[in-house]
Design a binder for this molecule. Structure first.
Ligand code: SAH
Length: 286
């Protein structure tokens, strides 16, 4: 059993500053691992606060998963939240070693696993409710999200929410609406499965070292689907066919779906970006 929350917060606040932890463990950022650290605890605290607020301020029984804790700034903020337990998954051995002090301070409330997040099924690691909160390595951020969305399609309770940092350009695509240049496969699949909102943007200067691009924190809250919802692959197939030829009219890009398109009364002269999320789901359901 872990310590109570007040004691946990006190122990974490007594830890050395992140910059000292980085220096001591020679945790120089590696580009290949997508390492852009958040060392300002005001920022990491705010990410957790916003995530918690959007989840109805109720994390008392939540298992919080963090992918890529690095030196552990966001991990500290998560441990200061009411989450029951924090599970951090980190590929870099140096970072795992650097988290030792935090593991001690958390008295059993923090598990650190050294492994590749791309290969892990988080739902096997702890009971629901689960949330994911992470400043993701940008090179694998989208495939990680797609994997979690796929799980959400199979099990609405897989994740209570996800609060994730992406490159702003990727975040923009997730929340894009029809008739926009950025509206695409990622918009349809994300918005089909989740209520999604950008919490706020962060400039490169918020990170150490600063990345080349703007970033954004995005909150995803899974939507409960009707029993006759199409399967994930069907929606992937239709959106791929449409958006891989986004300049073409759907009567050509979605030729094999024409019976469904006609039955649904969708104008075949529209282009991929003119169809709503619901149009895609309807076409995929036939
Ligand atoms: N959350 C930290 C670090 C973010 S940088 C912070 O905000 O300061 C991204 C982190 O993801 C790095 O620590 C990197 O080592 C880790 N990482 C990269 N690829 C990974 C993978 N496949 N599985 C798990 N962690 C990974």
């Amino acid at each position: 059993m872990g310590v109570d929350l007040k004691a946990r917060i006190t122990a974490i606040e007594a830890l050395p500053p992140l910059r000292d932890v980085i220096a001591q463990h020679e945790l120089s950022a590696q580009k290949a691992l997508g390492q852009n650290f958040l060392l300002d605890m005001n920022i990491t605290d705010k990410i957790v606060r916003e995530a918690l607020a959007r989840d109805g301020d109720d994390w008392h029984d939540v298992h919080a998963f963090e992918i890529g804790p690095g030196p552990g700034g966001l991990t500290r903020s998560l441990l200061k939240s009411p989450a029951k337990k924090v599970h951090a998954i980190e590929l870099d051995r140096r970072a795992v070693a650097a988290l030792d002090g935090l593991v001690q301070a958390a008295c059993g409330d923090l598990d650190v696993l050294q492994c590749d997040a791309m290969k892990e099924d988080l739902t096997m690691m702890a009971d629901a409710p689960r949330v994911i909160v992470a400043n993701l390595p940008y090179n694998i951020a989208t495939p990680l999200l797609i994997g979690w969305l796929r799980q959400t399609r199979g099990d609405f309770n897989a994740y209570k929410s996800m609060t994730l940092m992406f490159q702003k350009e990727v975040a923009d695509r997730m929340v894009a609406t029809p008739d926009c240049k950025t509206y695409g496969r990622l918009s349809v699949i994300t918005q089909w499965l989740c209520n999604v909102s950008v919490i706020y943007d962060l400039p490169p200067s918020a990170f150490t070292p600063p990345p080349k691009v703007m970033s954004a924190v995005v909150h995803f809250s899974p939507r409960e689907l009707p029993a006759d919802a199409p399967d994930f692959r069907a929606v992937e197939r239709v959106t791929a066919a449409a958006f891989n030829q986004r300049r073409k009219m759907i009567r050509s890009s979605l030729k094999e779906y024409m019976p469904a398109i006609e039955a649904l009364g969708i104008n075949p002269q529209l282009r991929a970006e003119n169809l709503s999320v619901q149009d895609y789901i309807n076409i995929s359901s036939v």
